[in-house]
Design a protein around this ligand. Structure first.
Ligand code: C5P
Length: 330
């Protein structure tokens, strides 16, 4: 997105981003729809627990073509949200909804009334380890910024997004990127080619904090090896080469062992995908979705159909990657 003339200067620290320039009514529209992607972690190397309770991460994100859409419509009063789509009943519509929190945060920073109706359409599995909530927050930030004529650039939105969730900056960014810190410090990586994924969706979700806590219980000694930039090298090399077979061999997720402890049945799902010829098979993020890398689109269609027939998951989804970050579609 182009830098708007009223955008905040990049050098300013985040807490100073409150807008001092009045919102220009000529810049505003009645409704904005934004689509934001799910992510898969090609690498999720989890380091030590930090004093703030989060873990130091080295991760490689890839945006995939499962998306949520958020429509923001000017409405008097407060921020309200409705949620539709698969699993919508498990998404909190009020205070705890990340899109609602995103709209409120943006309005507070812009010092304007948070008067907006959000309509969220879910295409990303809820609590599935694919950052669906973060996608909704990213979409709401972009949609409200447009709706309110704030013209904020992506860097400002990413700083706000990082306050809402570790994966929000990536949902704004899209593509393929290396994430460090809590996950939100992003660097572009060179990724050649297209990748074809099959996702096995499970019944119910897994709470991300619970999976990290289980990892802490499993680790008897502090981990410091193989978590820094070196840990990313095999994945980055496979991406540079545009080689899905090589990538499938080096997919890594440190949250997989704790997710399997909490949901032992996922082992059968992973095994089934491997037996059906997936190039790589990993729990996605904190789970319980399982991600399978296919050779190409034809292979993904075959793998998805075969996996659906095994009965080891609730349903399957296919997706291609990498795709764009949150963007206005209407
Ligand atoms: O940032 P987000 O809200 O997505 O994180 C959800 C939870 O996952 C955190 O409350 C924390 O328990 C865990 N987490 C972590 N270290 C990270 C990211 C998330 O421990 N880098």
């Amino acid at each position: 997105m182009a830098c708007h003339p009223r955008s905040i200067a990049r050098a300013r620290p985040p807490r100073e981003i409150a807008l001092t320039v009045p919102v220009d009514a000529a810049d505003t529209v009645d409704a904005v729809t934004v689509r934001a992607p799910a992510k898969v972690n090609l690498l999720l190397a989890v380091g030590d627990r930090r004093p703030d309770g989060y873990h130091e991460l080295t991760t490689v994100y890839q945006a995939v073509s499962l998306t949520d859409e958020v429509t923001a419509t000017a409405a008097p009063g407060e921020v309200t949200a409705t949620v539709s789509g698969e699993g919508a009943g498990d998404v909190p519509p009020g205070e705890d909804n990340l899109a609602v929190r995103a709209a409120r945060l943006l309005a507070a920073e812009a010092r304007i009334d948070a008067a907006v109706r959000l309509v969220i359409r879910k295409g990303i599995p809820v609590a599935g380890g694919m950052a669906g909530g973060s996608a909704d927050a990213a979409a709401a930030l972009v949609a409200c910024s447009e709706l309110w004529g704030l013209g904020l650039d992506r860097e400002v939105l990413a700083r706000l997004g990082a306050q809402l969730g570790s994966d929000v900056p990536f949902a704004l960014h899209g593509g393929t990127a290396l994430g460090t810190g809590r996950g939100g410090q992003l660097t572009d990586v060179l990724a050649r080619g297209d990748y074809h994924w099959v996702f096995a969706l499970a019944d119910g979700g897994l709470p991300t904090p619970g999976v990290y806590a289980e990892l802490d219980r499993l680790r008897s000694t502090p981990e410091d090896a193989s978590v820094g930039y070196d840990a990313a090298q095999p994945v980055l090399a496979a991406l540079r080469a545009g080689d899905p077979a090589a990538l499938g061999q080096v997919l890594r997720n440190d949250l997989e062992p704790p997710a399997l402890r909490l949901r032992p049945g996922l082992r059968r799902t992973l095994d089934a995908g491997r037996e059906l010829g997936a190039l790589g098979a990993r729990v996605s993020g904190s789970g319980p979705t399982c991600a399978f890398l296919a050779r190409d689109e034809t292979d993904a269609i075959r793998l998805a159909a075969a996996l659906a027939g095994t009965g080891v998951c609730r349903t399957v989804r296919r997706a291609h990657a990498p795709t764009t970050g949150a963007r206005v579609v209407g």
